[in-house]
Write a protein that binds this ligand. Structure first.
Ligand SMILES: [Zn+2]
Length: 299
């Protein structure tokens, strides 16, 4: 096979495999997140939200409770999906190397899982608390709309990020300003919140599955190296077709670096080794393929 054809084949193969894994496994996690947010909405009462609007701050602190609920979500649902993702990503090496064994319990994987679980729980909890506090602050400024009404608008937003919650509140305010009846405006805001929950759920599912999948192939190569199957592995970034125009991923396509080197993208996340593999940003569907470095002989 000529080099360009081989490269194109590997690239498409890496992207297709990741994509089909995501397509098959995102919906399950999305459903669980919907259920979790529905129960979190019910835990907080309209009365508490109303009191928060009147006093200017949320009295009851849901941070601890949400953190525990997300920790349970990780243990029961996310972790098994991570393991599945890693197994599937590393399966490639079983086909490539006869006798290769992938150990999903290896130290590197256990460490990644611990770090990612802790970071995930903090991120999601803090993000939605910022969302709730932001709309309560906004509601304080909207005293003309009534704390009772606003409590009914705010509760369905539980689980959304700060930007999403504020966008929803603006949507409701605009509806009222344009003369829509309160009940109708509330219904519309609730429908909008449903679409926003869907967006956030897919965003979380895709990002977390992609983290684990890419981590699986990275750790799979490390193990192949330890078992003597690869001597000088390198990795090549494959930008997803719909991300060619992405300002972060567009420039990374085809970049080849040593397996323990970092790809040059900016991220807010602090996880150790975060630049070693995709995703480069939430919902990123880029992949990486690994190959043996071919050194040209100078004869
Ligand atoms: Zn990407």
């Amino acid at each position: 096979m000529n080099a360009i054809i081989k490269k194109t084949f590997r690239r498409n193969n890496a992207l297709t495999k990741l994509r089909s894994f995501l397509d098959a496994n995102e919906p399950g996690l999305v459903r669980v997140l919907y259920r979790l947010w529905d129960s979190q909405k019910k835990e907080i009462t309209y009365k508490e939200i109303r009191a928060a609007i009147l006093s200017g701050d949320l009295d009851a602190d849901y941070i601890e409770q949400w953190r525990e609920e997300y920790a349970a979500f990780v243990m029961e649902y996310l972790y098994p999906e991570w393991v599945k993702a890693m197994d599937e990503a590393a399966a490639e090496f079983k086909t490539r190397y006869k006798g290769y064994i992938f150990n999903p319990m290896a130290d590197g994987i256990a460490e990644w899982t611990r770090n990612r679980a802790a970071a995930f729980i903090t991120e999601v909890t803090d993000t939605q608390m910022e969302g709730l506090r932001a709309v309560i602050n906004r509601a304080v400024q909207l005293d003309g709309l009534g704390a009772d009404n606003l409590a009914h608008v705010i509760r369905p937003m539980i689980g959304l990020t700060r930007d999403q919650s504020l966008a929803n509140m603006r949507y409701y305010e605009n509806a009222i300003e344009s003369g829509m009846k309160e009940v109708r405006a509330q219904e519309q805001a609730i429908k909008y919140a449903e679409r926003q929950h869907r967006y956030r759920a897919y965003n979380i599912a895709r990002t977390e599955l992609s983290f684990a999948y890419n981590q699986g192939s990275y750790q799979g190569v490390k193990q192949a190296q330890e078992q003597g199957y690869m001597t000088h592995p390198v990795k090549v970034w494959c930008t997803a077709d719909d991300e060619r125009v992405c300002p972060v991923c567009g420039a990374l396509d085809g970049m080849k670096i040593g397996i323990d080197d970092d790809f040059p993208f900016r991220t807010k996340l602090q996880d150790p080794g975060i630049r070693r593999t995709p995703p480069a940003h939430p919902s990123c569907r880029c992949a990486v393929y690994y190959e043996e470095e071919v050194t040209k002989s100078v004869s």
